[in-house]
Structure formats: C-alpha cells, structure tokens
Write a protein that binds this ligand. Structure first.
Ligand code: IMP
Ligand code: MG
Length: 332
C-alpha cells in the first residue's frame, strides 16, 4: 500500500467512505488525510452505527490511525468540532496550519446567488469560500482560536509516515465529473477532484504515490443539476433499488445505469491503478454480503470482467453491502 489515493469516478457518492473504512481497518492505515470541504459527506458504518462525515477522515474507524486535514482543504470549524466529539477523535486529529476556513457568510452568499442556486449547490458555501482564498483574504486554520490545539504540519507528518514505510491514505471527495477542470462545467464543484489534485491539496508529490483507487458505483447517481446521460425516472430508480438520497443534504439522487465510457475516462484522468466497484448487490441481489470472489454469481463476475475490459484497470475491491467488511478483496 504505502501511499494510496482514493477518488470518485462519477459525480460523487460512489461509496468512497466504505472503501476507506475497509482499508483503514484491513490494511492498518496509520495516517488518513481528508481533502476538500464540508460539502461532501462520506458515509461510514462502524459497529452498527452510521456516520455521515463532512470533515473527519473516514479512517477514524481504525483507532490507531492518525487523522489529518490537508493544507488545501477548507474547514468548517463548527462541523469539525461536532464530528470530533461524535467520533471521539480529539487526541488523534490534526488540521494543517494553512487549511482555509469556511464561514456562515459563505453559505449565505452561496444561497443568495441565483447563479449558484441554478447549479444546485449543497448550500454550504464552498464556492464563495474558495473564491475568498483565491483573493487571499480567507482566514486560515492557524488564525482560529478553537483550532489551536489541533494545528499540525500535514505534509511533514505524511513524509515521516512514508519514510517509516507505514500506510498512508489520501481521501479524495466527490467525483471526477464534479471537477472544476474535468467535470461537466459549470455544473461542478469549486475545486479539482482528481487524484493529482488530492495529492496537491495534501502536499504529497506525485512520485510518492503507489496506488490510485478509483471508486465506481454499480449504477450512476448525481445530485444537483447538470447532465446525466441515460438518466432514468425516480419511479424506475425505486423499482430497480437504485433510489438514494444524499447523505449530506437529504436531496434525491438522480440515477442512471453504469456508464462504461465515463468510467474509462475516470480511469484515464486519475491514473487509476485499481478500481473499487461498490453496491454490486444493488445490481445482483444474490451477491449481498459476499466476501469471496467465488461466492459471486456468473452474471456478477461477467459484469466485473466487462468493467476491467472496457476501462483497462483491475477491479480489486467489490462492495456487497454497507458494512466496511461486506467486501470482496481480490488482492487476497
Ligand atoms: P457545491 O460543491 O456545494 O458548490 O455544489 C456544486 C455541485 O456539486 C452540485 O451539483 C452539488 O450537488 C455537487 N456536490 C458537491 N459535493 C457533493 C458530494 O459530496 N456528493 C455529490 N455531489 C456533490
Ligand atoms: Mg457523499
């Protein structure tokens, strides 16, 4: 493993949280770094409890994992403190001095802007907060009283962990099609969401990365406005068992069948070395809870092989249920 980047291959909500929690536990990750901002919610199931984390890295499920928030990330102080409390991680979480701060005024600006409203943003204010950072008037973590006990030098900590050859996970947010550079502009979020951008936000040079895990859900979903090729109706999504609501905002997620062409593009731009295919049990209910490749039906395996053939990347992880351990790990 040593340095692994996890990114989403579609419009977010591919199940990154689940893969992160599996790797954190199974691969004994020692450092997990969150990038991005509060708009993204990562759903993690741990000991029967569901967490929708907007700030705390998903690796928290491993009690020995150091949790870090990247210098390029954008921190909502209130949400951060609330989640630190909820996950009981006060003694092992750090925020980089240079992370920028998102404030109430940014959320108000987001909600008041007809243009941003038209894009169907999450309303947290991430776009306006990043605008402020670009103007060089944003406040940084080091300027905030409540964050003083958590301040850290994240690139330095990552470097030390990698020097000791311990496992480091860089946790991306959203998906490549929401990228400011590579997505369906202007229906995108306020930052690049590619694996390269995750490294840049964390302060890790590209030569230090060993693996890029691209997370793809077995069907495609999107919240907010913008194109969604092959979109089906809500009724149809309900019938197929693909209807979901957003972990963060509670909005309905639009749905479409798995898209091989977009998956191929996502592998290309992220330089993915491995694919994690999640929610395969939604397409093939008979594989629910499977933990060995041999337990999968012929049809399920055919789908997995087609994803590999069309994208050119190996499907290494297969999600078969919500729990971190409901997963087929083909590295074994
Ligand atoms: P913003 O990131 O709040 O500015 O929203 C811009 C677009 O990105 C909207 O379509 C949102 O629905 C979408 N978006 C932002 N974060 C997430 C996420 O974590 N999952 C899915 N969609 C997201
Ligand atoms: Mg999400």
């Amino acid at each position: 493993m040593p340095c692994t980047v996890i990114v989403g291959g579609f419009w977010g909500d591919e199940g990154k949280g689940k893969i992160i929690s599996y790797l954190a536990l199974h691969d004994k990750v020692e450092v997990c770094v969150r990038t991005g901002s509060v708009n993204a919610a990562h759903t993690i199931w741990c000991e029967g409890k569901r967490y929708a984390l907007h700030m705390v890295p998903g690796g928290f499920v491993n009690e020995n994992c150091r949790l870090l928030i990247a210098p390029g990330a954008n921190v909502h102080v209130g949400q951060f403190l609330k989640e630190v409390e909820e996950t009981k991680t006060k003694n092992r979480i750090g925020v980089d001095n240079q992370a920028s701060i998102i404030e109430e005024k940014h959320s108000a600006q987001d909600k008041a802007s007809a243009h941003l409203k038209g894009l169907g943003t999450t309303g947290w204010g991430v776009g306006p907060a990043i605008e402020e950072r670009v103007r060089r008037t944003a406040r940084l973590a080091k300027d905030i009283q409540e964050l003083q006990p958590f301040l850290a030098d994240v690139p330095q900590e990552i470097e030390e962990a990698l020097t000791k050859n311990t496992n480091v996970l860089l946790e991306g947010t959203q998906g490549i099609l929401l990228s400011l550079f590579h997505g369906t502009y202007p229906y995108v979020t306020g930052r690049d969401t590619s694996a390269s951008a995750v490294c840049s936000e964390a302060g890790v040079g590209p030569t230090k990365v060993d693996n890029v895990v691209l997370v793809l859900k077995s069907f495609v979903t999107r919240v907010g406005t913008g194109p969604l090729p092959g979109e089906i109706s809500k009724e149809d999504a309900v019938k197929r068992g693909w209807f979901e609501t957003a972990a963060g905002t509670g909005r309905d997620r639009r749905a479409a069948p798995f898209n091989f062409e977009l998956a191929k593009k996502a592998v290309m731009i992220n330089g993915a070395t491995q694919i994690a295919l999640t929610k395969l049990d939604a397409l093939y209910p008979e594989c629910k809870g499977a933990r060995n490749y041999g337990e999968l039906s012929k049809e399920t395996k055919e789908f997995v092989l087609r994803v590999e053939r069309e994208t050119g990347a190996p499907v290494v992880f297969i999600g078969t249920g919500p729990d971190a351990l409901d997963l087929v790990d083909r590295r074994k």
